[in-house]
Ligand binder design. Sequence first.
Ligand code: NIG
Ligand code: FE
Length: 412
Amino acid sequence: MRLLISNIKTLAGIADKGLLRLHGSEMQCLGTIDNAWLLVENGLISFFGSMNDMPSEGFAVDKEINAEGCIVMPSWCDPHTHIVYAGSREGEFVDKIMGLSYAEIARRGGGILNSADLLHATSEDELYRQAMRRAEEIMRKGTGCVEIKSGYGLNTADELKMLRVIRRIKESVPMRVVSTFLGAHAIGRQYSHDEYVDLIINEMLPEVGHEKLADYVDVFCDEGFFTPEDTDRILEAAARWGMKPKIHVDELAATGGLPVGVKHGALSVDHLENMPESEFDILKNSGTMPTVLPGTSFFLNMPYAPARKMINAGLGVAVASDYNPGSTPSGDMKFVVSLACIKMRLLPSEAINAATINAAYAMGLSGDYGSIAPGKVANFFITEPIPSVDFIPYAYTSPIVSRVFLGGKEIV
Ligand code: NIG
Ligand code: FE
């Protein structure tokens, strides 16, 4: 199957297959070709170039699309979501407007524990149905790779139920899905802190590991949740099952989780709203991608992570939606890119690289996804006719995605 897209106003997000992530000032380089063509063969990106140099012969294609006036972008990659959840929590949304903080709601037994109660009362099929609606929503908005976490089970049976739902989503969508075991999201209602950490290590991780239900492991290492010592123990136990960490740190307070993540070779450390600058050096020369979640700061009315300063210090940064019922009920990566520009002062090129190539890296997928490169999976979208790439974050509520291709096939 050969698909040719011709007369593309701008083909954006070109980066070599061998380039796994971008650091510091490199993040300003959004490889582009104006007036371009793109050839897709058997689900992979095969060739592209300027229309002026398009070979006039030898293009026996099955389908041609004239993309005049439109931009072609690599699909968004969203490396941090919690889209498997039951119901919603708009009651807490109102509580927050009335003055309660996210941490206060959690201390009163609401928050994540509310979602755990709802999930417990929801059948696996119904949970799958609700989560698939969210998966379909984000695909239509241009997301082509997504990480999905467990963490609303908080007992062994319900954590496994969530991970089985993630596996079903993986098997049924054209989007690339990776799964993360986040048993350490909050202390399950029926356990003490220490009992629960022991349960994760001695029961949950072995079951998840045996059934190969998770690619990665996560811990909410923060004030009022799990300590750096808990995190160290959980990550060490997960390593025995081959699960690399991607952890929540420095959201509510800087409690020392980041160095623990880096020590265990974390693929990413996420949130970072309260990250001290002294942690920048720990990330330098590490394989760990700081991943910031501007939608969470927007929704919780909290400080934004210091992404601008990290990039100025030479670090690479990724962005993610954090789509979840409590702190970010949205998986709109275009809006996340706009917030990264407006609130974190990233340039459009930096924010787009943070949401594509660097975000793919934060899921361990940037060898095959996250940029336009020969040999990579053909995950991309064609925009509506728009004036420029910068228009994408600028027009911060205008829908710009016109046609979505995943694995070279158009989704409808
Ligand atoms: O990433 N911070 C911890 N976990 C989620 C929120 C989960 C929830 O409130 O349901 C987050 O923001
Ligand atoms: Fe999260």
